[in-house]
Design a protein around this ligand. Sequence first.
Ligand code: 0A1
Ligand code: ZN
Length: 896
Amino acid sequence: MHTDTVPTISRHDYQPYPYHLPRVSLEFDLNAAQTRVHSRLDVERVGDENQPLRLNGQDLVLESVALDGRTLSAEEYQLQDEILTIFPTSASFTLQITSLCKPAENSSLMGLYVSGDKLFTQCEAEGFRRITWFPDRPDVMSRYRVTLRADPKQYPLLLSNGNLLEEADLPDGRHEAVWEDPHPKPSYLFALVAGDFACREQAITTQGKRDALLQIYSDRGSETKTEWALDCLVRSVQWDEQRFGLELDLDRFMVVAARDFNMGAMENKGLNIFNSAYVLADKDSATDSAYRAIEAVIGHEYFHNWTGNRVTCRDWFQLSLKEGLTVFRDQEFSADMLAQDLSGAEAASARAVKRIDDVSTLRIAQFPEDAGPMAHPIRPESYQEIGNFYTATVYEKGAEVIRMQHTILGEAGFRAGIDEYFRRHDGAAVTCDDFVSAMESVYIQQNPGKDLDAFRRWYSQAGTPRVKVDLDYNAETRTCSITLGQRNEAVGIERLQSPLLPKPPLHIPFALGLLDQQGKAIPLEHDGKTAETVLLELTEEQQTWVFSNIPQKPVPSLLRNFSAPVIVDVERQEADLILLAQHDTDPFARWEAVQELATRQLLALTRSVGEEQQPEVDPRIIETWKRLLLDADLSAAYKTRILSQPTEKELLEKTSPMDPAAAVKASRHLRRQLGEALASDWLSVYRNSAGSDEQYTPDPLSSGRRSLHNLCLYYLMAAGHPEAKPLAVAQYYGATNMTDRMGGLSALVHFSNSPESQEALNHFYEQWQQDPLVIDKWFALQASAPGTTVETIKSLMLHPAFSLRNPNRARSLIFQFCMNNLQGVHTSEGYEFWADQVIALDQLNPEIAARLARAFDSWARFTATNRDAMQAGLQRIQQHPTLSRNVSEIVSKALN
Ligand code: 0A1
Ligand code: ZN
């Protein structure tokens, strides 16, 4: 497939489908080599007469087509370019189609595929067409009845969406199960699973007193690791009832773990299919972060049952309708879980930990995307391959756009908006605009005469807006005026299309606080209320707000809680940042001030990287770090965040031209200096934060303690402290949970290329070789280690445990190296290796290949040597004769 032959699909070309398919009946003769699917579709015309019926199909063998029971001859239908066209003559009819697909040959993991000895499906976005001929688009919603037939020995369990109607043994030795889903759904939410599984289940009663069964299916033997996932699911059900009044609408809700899966998980109606990495956990094999990730993903998929399934997308341009909203909901769920049982400042700090993690993800993954060749609005205008638009922009920025609506409307107003959204659209396939309109109905009540017109532009503009802040203090009038100005430059494709068109202003909620010179919060009068934090709604290019009764020139605390996904431009003295680092009562802004201090220091270091001697770190930074480290009022989890310096990747993004070698060197220098200067403090905090041998739980308090413990070890190792290595060795071998064990092992592997680190790695492999998820960590750790080169990776690829076909394995070794090992990959061999792997992966799994292909999207911003080598890699990929649509779209955009 080549770029010039790939059609571009535009949002404005949407046309409703001219037929309804109220009922779909599917019969599967399941077999890994060849599965036969008989479909029976009840079809009703809704559009004009004489409209042909077009069905999608991909990699299918068509056996027969019958219209109202009469088999059609090949002349009576058209089969071309993956479209089957039928020419019906009546307004309602039934269509029966028999076709074959080949699960064992399907390495794309889309449609029906084999994983181990089991069968799974993945239909979002356009995978259903690999199962049977169908209008594979989200606005065609049907009731499904599904019959599964298979060999009972190989596939004892047969699952699909909805309720199990009957099970029977068949005369030919096979067995069958019949499922019916009472809820109409689009094809992308269809699922089936067949194989031998263990099940852990729990019966629950919902708010509305409905009985339901929650089930987690996993490989036999791993049922000991599904307790946490089930617990997360139970809490997700309760949380959605309490926070959003949304109740489970099914008698049973199933989650099935798959070893081979392209993404995190999939929200198929009543039958979620998960990457096993987001299901399986026990204290010996999963880290605290894995536990939290499972909670987030279980929550996410469960919350889709309403935001995504009950109300779905009209077309794929509306993807953020369900994804942005559902990510926002899972973020809030996780934050509420962290803050459970806490109140006041403690609860705020617990929630801030989650906010900090989410904003860091946004900045690392989404900001660069929004500044690069793949920049797109959260509601894209066009695509060649929709699989390429499951992006940080649609998901994470999409969630920020929802969060801003929450911030503007307040919790109660947002809830009223959500209620209105479901009142209007339950059971329908709708647009992002429909969502904003529901929210707007509440906004108008709150703010007569205003609307969300400027806010809607968040859905159509790409790029990260910049907000410039000017503060003017008048001692005579004791007033402080704050001027906010917004600027949103054209990015990506926008640059090519309309370089001079100014983008109209957005509606930006900007949370602000003012501190006096002693660090005390100044009460602010705004909108008839007095508060420590005010929300300024910037809707024009520039606006000024004046605050009175300000006793002295204040220090502003800006964009509190990251109230909008923007970059703040402001001139600030180090002294102000230090004051905020000590006193800001907004825990997010406080963290931000410390990050800003560290970033300034790091950038100064990158500039002097060529010099003989690297400059000493500003003693005020060390002093700030020390105070925070020893501050008894801060939680361990929060301390870990505030004392972690920005990652090498974040720093790299801020260098211009981008210079990986300088970013790596500066990062290491600062880390070492902080390690050395505070060695005795790191050591004492390390000792005081040691866990006792009491029962492990992944609760926020003890996992916070473990994270701080590991951070101390990390700085001690960075400093080359004489006690560090023995501590790391002792921690590794003496650990009673995976968080401590990984902490010890990564400290060894990252900081000492010593016999001890190799021994520990070997020991780790020996111990855990039976557990694929742990071996993923083993590969990932080596892939990201400082001394790792392309040669190391190539030899790890020859390891018997490596396989390019398993996405988790490919991610743990190849992605980890190409995306996160700046020192290893930013070499000519590194780029060459990357291009080779994109090409190799593309032959197996285009979705995964296209993600790897994006590793150097920002190549044009690098220093000349790096830039030219990356460009050559991209060109080599582009010239490959058999490129998928997925990879082709990515590289052609990157080279444009
Ligand atoms: N809707 C899922 C994401 C997902 C998308 C595509 C997939 O296959 C290629 C799988 C999952 C979610 O948001 O969790
Ligand atoms: Zn989702």
